[in-house]
Design a protein around this ligand. Sequence first.
Ligand code: N01
Length: 894
Amino acid sequence: MPGGMVEARASEATNGGTEQVDVTVVGAGFAGLYLLHRLRKAGFNAIVLEEADDVGGTWYWNRYPGARCDIQTIDYSYTFDPELESAWRWSEKYATQPEILRYLGFVADRYDLRRDIRFDTKVTAATWDEGPQRWLLTTDNGAKVSCRHYIMATGCLSAPKPPEIDGVKDFKGEIYFTSRWPQKEVKLAGKRVVVIGTGSSAIQAIPLIAEQAAHLTVFQRTPNFALPAHNGPAPADRLALLEGDRAGYREQARWSLGGVPWPQQTVVSWQLSDTDRRERFEKAWAAGDLIYILTQLWADQAVDVDGNALLADLIREKIRSTVNDPETAAALTPHDHPFGAKRPCLDTNYYATYNRPNVTLVNLRQEPIKAITSSGITTDKRSFDVDVIVFATGFDAMTGAIMAVHEITGRGGRSLSDVWAHGPQTYLGLTVAGFPNLFMITGPGSPSVLSNMAVSIEQHADWVVDRLIAMREAGFTAIEATEAAQAGWARHMADCSMLTLHRLANTWYTGANVPGKARGVMPYTGGVGPYRSICNEVVSQGMLGFRLTGPNVPEQCNDGEIVRLQPDVRLVLNMLAEMKLPPLESFGSQGARDFVAQFNAARPAGRPVGEVVDGMLPGTDGPLPYRLYRPATPGPHPIVVYFRGGGWVFGDAQSDDPFCRDMCRRTGMIFVSVGYRHAPEHRFPTATEDGYAAARWIAEHGAELGGDSGPILVAGWSAGGNIAAVTCQLARDRGGPPIAGQLLLSPVTDCTFDRPSYNDNATGYFLTRSLMYWFWDLYCSPADRTDPRVSPLRGKLTGLPPAYVVTCEFDPLRDEGIAYADALAAAGVPVEQLQGRGHFHSSFTMVDVVITGVSGRAQMAEAMRRFAGLPEETGRRHEGVPPDRPREVDAAAS
Ligand code: N01
């Protein structure tokens, strides 16, 4: 066995009273048990330190009445050993805490794990020892351990949060925490009981406590969404799926978004009628499955506030129809967060429990707790005498389990608590720069609590153990994330969190439940499958973002950022890459048009607008088709003349339809999408002259089209951006029409192909350099290319209307767009730029596919409104970026 594990392996027992091992794991829950099993099988000398006197982790401590899992148990199981799977059969759809604990005990015994678990042992400090490159651990029973690698398998919800209510110590009755429920029986019969909190723990416990207590008073600060679990045997359809192809089912779970194999929905809410939506909802309600209702209703439910509100309203209806007293029902109905942004709960008779005569709800929003007294609880309005207080007040989630457990001191004596003072910084949620050989299982920055934990735990444990094996084989003894990789991960995390609605709620996901805790979405919101592929990519790219060192081998550090694309752009590009399409140009012009039309037909339909009208307008050589999008608001409206993208070769009424609809809705303006003629049938300058003629006609007939009396605006994407830019120059030079503003989205502006973006993004981002060459060849002979009617950057730029120029980082056209914006500004034209970090050429036009394009479109719309002299759209402010960050686009869901 080469390398750094040798001395630890040889030590076997102790060295001056310090036990020497290769790997120490903290926590004997789901993660710790599997780690120990894998580490042992890989030949490592590993131990687990566990504070409790038995295995179970979270499931050891959380033994309050009603505690169950709320992912179906057939999914919430180990999958690493098919024999284990056939050796254990769950008795219920959602197993109880005692059954889960029995399962973990069964696993511990089956793999003979207990002999390497030190129970009743709490780590009190962990310090990285630079010299020997090992972690030194001290424990509360005096034992010391030295290990090469230190793995925190401490769970995400293990550090209970203090109640933060004055007077707890004065209370003379009994106090319990759901998170530390005693092993002995708690007798509640005949007692006046209070439960503080209405999260998952409380919602499971309340119906059972109500059955026992003489009276139960629930103190609720924030209502939560809860759904009936409909517990019973595992549903036959799911069981059949699993048993029909166990390996396939498990593999699908590993690559799914949430760790349970459900298909991804493609139908968006506005494509469904009210009846269809209700039908889907009732099916989900009857299914009693969190992942199902969180993912299977419509594609926009988790990423779009409007799509989400449709679902939230249906759940609110259910609450109202279950709870008899309207005031109690109103208090129990959440309105302060989108459904799913705060962890929803699964319940059994939760809402109906409030119909019992022995149950009272106290709404702390109306009467906050003043103090706990010796005999009970006093609010702003009244006093309650009680015998028992149950705190279901939750956890210092994700970071608490790592930081609050003990001091962790890394390289240079830096403590993890200091490093994380402003929020957790990790690489992949697995490692922290400055803390060599420290790993976290389901740490902040990994999918963890937003996934089926069983699946995430196995992926993490496998990834870590596989890395340790690879290090051993290569002779490395230390591994550490680089600062650059970690910073890149933070950016990617922030990008991902803009994809979902989690950022719109005050929850333990964001640290908001603990006073003074740094705020930010802590779990990785990009999904289990994408996360897995990123972890694999780190390895296939030579341990990108890690520094590996060892005594007898040269250092290896392949520094860099693992994901630079926006998360949804990455998914789109991966999907396109998997399709292994031939180059678009190889189809020929008509073939390319047909292909693009077919491709576009598979997109989500555009959203409804007030009216869509197809018409014809006179062009220079005959009629040109147009499609007009009218807002639903009363007119007249400003008019935007829009030119479609498609390299002067394709682009029809359908191709840019979702974008035009979206911009019509956002701007409150009429969009007239013009069907200019295409190359190669109609070469330069036909497209430009058609565009200009159309703008002129539309300006002259604005009133007939429902336009207001102001000047028109122009907009265009790609080749359409080229036509929009040229139209502005021609309008200036040919006596009109007056144009109030121009929106140029990834425009072609110049015939030079030597700017860096042409090389940097030559391939791999859908619009390739060779496709651009093809477009140019079909449209324009080399002799004509410097004409400003196709290379507007070479034209006169003074006296043009104000411009909003959008470019995308991973686009061959990026630099010519920026060059045009800069040149306009130099010529005195008011210009704003939006540089789409992590975006590709089609990011902003792939409406409802590239969700991170939303905030860019929101900013474009604001700019267009400013150009037209309209007031700011305050209603959609949350979609945009803060005004102090104007030049780089952030993502946001609408
Ligand atoms: O904790 P929570 P939990 N005064 O933080 C309230 C998992 N889990 O233990 O929302 C008054 O959700 C607090 O109010 P607010 C699951 O992931 C899984 O219930 O902060 N109230 C909230 O209502 C879950 O999400 C299962 O305004 C106070 C409640 O206490 C996570 O664990 C079962 C307060 C805390 O709810 C945590 O759930 C159970 C105060 N000072 C848990 N402080 C499964 O089924 C807090 N609250 C697998």
